[in-house]
Design a protein around this ligand. Structure first.
Ligand code: HEM
Ligand SMILES: *[C@@H]1O[C@H](CO)[C@@H](O)[C@H](O)[C@H]1NC(C)=O
Ligand SMILES: *[C@@H]1O[C@H](CO)[C@@H](O)[C@H](O)[C@H]1NC(C)=O
Length: 503
């Protein structure tokens, strides 16, 4: 009896030591394993990256993953261990192997977390399922089909630039804000046959706000394991703000349900084809076509259209804003472009813009430095394992590559941080090989033809309509520094231009 009581006091005394000691022993053993025995222990990198994912999650949540990983590449070379089970690769041959359509490197579930319930081509993890999804798209995004949509695209850009021109009479204008309205209106009209009414109302559509909330939560969840448990607990709290936030994906899908149903009706009634082509007309027509092997059902189309709305909005507004910024910042570039544009007779159309050689150099250089998706694109080594350069990686290892680093390879691009369209006059093979503004081959951006039409028209119509615009004082190199949450955008979230003052 006495002995038992005595034992218990000893137990209690050691409890804190045991509580701290066991996890500590585990952490130390894990660290030793990761640093000296794991199959990635030979890959260079800081010790704190090797022993926990904390560093990578931290820099990701701070919006500076591309910079942090870039610095590691400058310090450690083309292969860097950035987390216990993830290696960032910048060697171009290895990058091509990772992203080849034949090699079966799949996307990690990280993408499904980022997409937060929007189940589209972007978020499909499995290689075969993804190929089938892209086959369903077929020629929807082809250049020929996109050029049929050009008048719709041009209409919105022209309205947008007109409103910027109007506002320039009253002070500085934030072009990023206007390009956001424009890009969302364009891609919504192409997908749903109905725009977001943002250019017209000159305000953000609540659905677009919902999309931002959805992606912010997805981005955080992708970095913090176990957060979903906490989230489900929080969602039980009956507070209006929490209800609003947890309701956003339902509002988004209800909206796309409504507009797509309306669109479907319109297409059915359109016997004389007067509606014109839209991005998803073919997909909607094929929904019940049993002869079509890769048809999508209504629900899948709903998810795809939502994903397109996401993928085709902030990307365009960001890169469009940086193109204008770079042009206004470099008077010699601006002068050459303006001279080239003066050679065009009549209305500016994209068909004419495609013929302009200098505009081509400018858009290419803008995509090198300011493409909106330069971030780490993680992939998983296929089950059989894979050799990349000097290392053999076992199946399941995470490998990622980032366009940001490839686009700034000093051995390939002279003065890599400088905006110099002329470098593309005589590009080397290496320069072309290092350009990945649309991602890797297997999951390359299907919207790139559409994006190019938009970027050319943004540059040309802005210069034509706002010839006396200059960067406002608030727009500095610092304010235009990137913040990187998967995509990039200006860290101050704006880019103001103003009218040149006539002295
Ligand atoms: C300047 C504009 C754009 C840039 C820089 C850009 C860049 C990219 C990049 C880098 C990826 C690959 C992501 C990854 O593998 O992790 C991607 C994928 C994708 N993009 Fe774009 N994009 C742009 C505009 C658009 C537009 C306008 C649309 C649609 C209307 C679009 C739709 C998509 C889709 C659906 C995917 C997923 C593809 C897949 O995994 O099969 N993008 N984009
Ligand atoms: C990739 O997967 C497909 C289908 O499972 C298979 O036919 C192909 O051989 C694989 N490719 C490689 C390089 O393992
Ligand atoms: C795209 O264009 C092809 C011809 O190039 C056509 O057969 C196809 O139906 C079009 N797809 C659309 C509009 O979705």
């Amino acid at each position: 009896m006495f002995d038992q009581i005595h034992m218990r006091t000893i137990d209690l005394k050691y409890l804190p030591i045991i509580a701290v000691g066991f996890p500590l022993v585990f952490l130390v053993l894990n660290a030793i394993y990761q640093l000296y025995f794991s199959s990635l222990s030979k890959v260079p990198g800081p010790w704190y990256c090797a022993i926990s994912r904390f560093w990578l999650a931290k820099v990701s949540l701070q919006g500076r993953r591309i910079f942090a990983v870039h610095e590691l590449h400058l310090k450690y070379g083309p292969y860097v261990r950035i987390a216990p089970n993830e290696v960032s690769v910048s060697d171009i041959d290895s990058v091509k192997q990772i992203h080849s359509s034949h090699n079966n490197f799949s996307k990690p579930l990280w993408y499904a977390d980022v997409a937060n319930g929007v189940k589209s081509a972007f978020a499909i993890v499995d290689c075969e399922a993804h190929k089938a999804r892209r086959k369903a798209y077929g020629t929807v995004y082809s250049n020929t089909n996109m050029s049929l949509l050009e008048p719709v695209i041009r209409k919105h850009i022209s309205v947008c630039v007109g409103k910027i021109k109007r506002d320039l009479n009253h002070g500085p204008v934030d072009i990023l804000r206007w390009f956001r309205f424009m890009a969302a209106d364009i891609v919504a009209e192409l997908c749903y046959g109905k725009d977001m009414d943002m250019l017209n109302k000159e305000a953000v559509n609540p659905i677009v706000e919902d999309l931002t909330i959805l992606l912010t939560i997805g981005g955080i969840r992708a970095e913090i394991p176990g957060l979903n448990v906490l989230e489900s607990l929080i969602s039980l709290i009956p507070h209006p703000t929490i209800k609003f936030i947890t309701g956003c994906s339902k509002r988004i899908f209800d909206y796309s349900d409504d507009v797509l149903s309306e669109f479907q009706e319109k297409i059915k009634e359109d016997r004389d084809n007067s509606l014109g082509p839209f991005l998803f007309t073919k997909l909607i027509n094929n929904m019940n076509n049993l002869n079509e092997k890769y048809r999508l059902n209504f629900d899948e189309i709903r998810h795809e259209s939502t994903a397109n709305l996401i993928a085709g909005s902030d990307t365009i507004s960001t890169t469009g804003t940086y193109i204008i910024w770079a042009i206004l910042k470099h008077p010699n570039v601006r002068k050459k472009l303006e001279d080239e544009l003066k050679t065009l007779a009549g209305e500016i159309t994209d068909a004419k813009l495609q013929q302009l050689p200098y505009l081509k150099l400018v858009t290419k250089e803008a995509l090198r430095l300011y493409g909106a998706g330069p971030g780490g694109m993680p992939r998983i080594v296929p089950p059989g394992g894979w050799r990349l350069g000097p290392y053999y990686f076992s199946g399941g290892t995470g490998v990622s590559s980032q366009g940001y680093t490839q686009h700034r390879e000093a051995a390939v691009f002279e003065d890599p941080y400088a905006f110099r369209p002329e470098r593309w006059l005589n590009p080397t093979k290496e320069m072309e090989a290092h350009m990945v503004p649309w991602g890797g081959a297997s999951r390359t951006c299907p919207g790139q033809n559409l994006a190019m039409i938009e970027l050319r028209l943004i540059a040309a119509l802005f210069l034509k309509e706002c010839p006396d615009s200059v960067l406002a004082e608030s727009c500095t190199d610092e304010s235009m520094e990137f913040i990187n949450y998967f995509n990039i955008k200006p860290s101050r979230n704006k880019c103001e231009v103003r009218k040149r003052i006539a002295w």
